[in-house]
Design a protein around this ligand. Structure first.
Ligand SMILES: Nc1ncnc2c1ncn2[C@@H]1O[C@H](COP(=O)(O)OP(=O)(O)OP(=O)(O)O)[C@@H](O)[C@H]1O
Ligand SMILES: [Mg+2]
Length: 389
């Protein structure tokens, strides 16, 4: 505690007795609100720490009920009264929570309430409050970073596993496709044989497509990088995107002016198509899908330790039902789908994720149930070779 220099002795007296010394000490404390309540919770004493933290001068707060420091939500659940009850019954109440200053702003408080007994009778409460907003916010930031780090590590581990499997399957499928071609051209094969071979070839082609998406997720797909202005790339495929949306949904392009990116154009088109098909599937009852582009400056949430830079942000937003938090948290994982068997393989968003990562950028989902969904691809802008200061 910081003792405030030059505080006048209580009632102009010296430090003769313990009570006066204690009162003087409390009145000199500046960074803790230390005050007394009567048994009903009305404020009886005040100190400079209370004024500094909560903004009320002694004259305007003495006699008020201490519930005025609580948020309306906490008052509605009777928290101030429950805190006093707990202090009375258990000998102490300790807690943390949001409190309200005189000017209406909120701070995160650490609170201790002790009951004061005299001859078996409760005569009031001693209350100590500290403003620990900065520590609380630092803790929240740390937790958020830890969650993001854990998610990034999980995606990296799943990516490595997927990449290994996808390479093996690719090789096996290549052998199968070659053998099927040889069987098909063998003399003497009848119509039934050709039919069976073509069914097997279609299945192998589908398998090849799936493994290609898995390779994309694992960042193992070879990238054919070319430099293009973002908006001309998007414009070039706009008709394809519009048609992918289907007739029951309105499609809008809202392209800003961003700049050039180094990108595999085929993979970018595949990623945007995956997002538009997802948006179309989500908007079963109709709705709107928007393809937007803009500049976004900041840090990748997957690499918060890196310096901020400028990205081309390409987003597909829909007015569909949105995602539950648990779905959004897992949506980029390969094979995660909420669609019925045959309707989705759960690989669309993993291709989007892998493509964005392999391009030096990242993908993020912003969605809430009932409030639509936005999936953004952030790809590094070429003009931004130097990092944003
Ligand atoms: N725009 C969206 N609105 C609501 N939920 C979505 C949206 N996009 C994706 N999802 C959810 O994320 C899940 C995973 O999407 P992803 O594209 O990876 O797979 P899929 O669409 O189910 O199958 P696939 O794309 O392989 O055909 C979806 O099953 C769905 O639950
Ligand atoms: Mg999909």
């Amino acid at each position: 505690m910081d003792a405030q220099a030059g505080v006048a002795p209580v009632n102009g007296a010296g430090l003769e007795d313990e009570t006066r010394q204690l009162a003087l000490l409390i009145r000199s404390v500046n960074d803790y609100a230390i005050y007394m309540l009567d048994p009903e919770g009305y404020i009886r004493t005040w100190n400079p720490g209370g004024e500094r933290i909560k903004g009320y001068a002694e004259g305007e707060i003495i006699g008020s009920h201490f519930s005025r420091f609580f948020t309306p939500e906490d008052v509605a659940t009777r928290l101030p009264y429950r805190a006093l009850e707990a202090a009375r019954e258990q000998g102490k109440f300790e807690g943390e929570g949001w409190r309200v200053r005189k000017d209406g702003t909120r701070f995160w408080a650490s609170v201790v309430i002790d009951p004061i007994w005299r001859g078996g009778e409760l005569i009031g409460f001693a209350k100590v409050t500290r403003d620990i907003t900065e520590r609380h916010q630092a803790q929240l930031r740390l937790q958020e970073t830890q969650v993001q780090l854990a998610h990034a590590q999980k995606m990296e581990a799943v990516g490595k596993l997927t990449l290994g499997l996808a390479h093996d399957f690719n090789n096996l499928l290549a052998v199968m496709v070659n053998c099927l071609e040889l069987i098909d051209i063998r003399p003497g094969a009848d119509a039934r044989m050709h039919e069976l071979v073509s069914v097997a070839q279609r299945a192998a082609d589908r398998g090849t497509l799936l493994t290609r998406q898995l390779l994309s997720f694992g960042c193992g797909h070879p990238m054919a990088m070319e430099r293009h202005p973002v908006e001309s790339l998007l414009q070039a495929s706009m008709e394809l995107y519009r048609r992918a949306c289907g007739g029951h949904i309105s499609f809008h392009d809202e392209l800003g002016r961003t700049g050039e990116i180094d990108v595999d154009c085929g993979q970018l088109e595949a990623a945007i198509l995956n997002l538009i098909v997802n948006a179309r599937d989500a908007c079963r009852e109709g709705g709107a899908v928007r393809l937007r582009s803009s500049i976004w400056e900041g840090r990748s949430p997957y690499a918060p330790e890196e310096a901020p830079r400028a990205y081309a942000r390409i987003e597909v937003a829909d007015s569909g039902p949105g995602m539950e938090a648990e779905v959004a948290a897992r949506a980029f994982e390969p094979f995660f789908t909420t669609k019925t068997v045959g309707q989705g393989s759960g690989l669309g968003l993993s291709q989007v994720f892998g493509f964005a990562t392999q391009s030096g950028g990242f993908a993020i989902i912003t969605s809430e149930p009932g409030r639509g969904c936005i999936v953004a691809l952030c790809l590094p802008l070429v003009r931004e070779q130097a990092h944003v200061q």
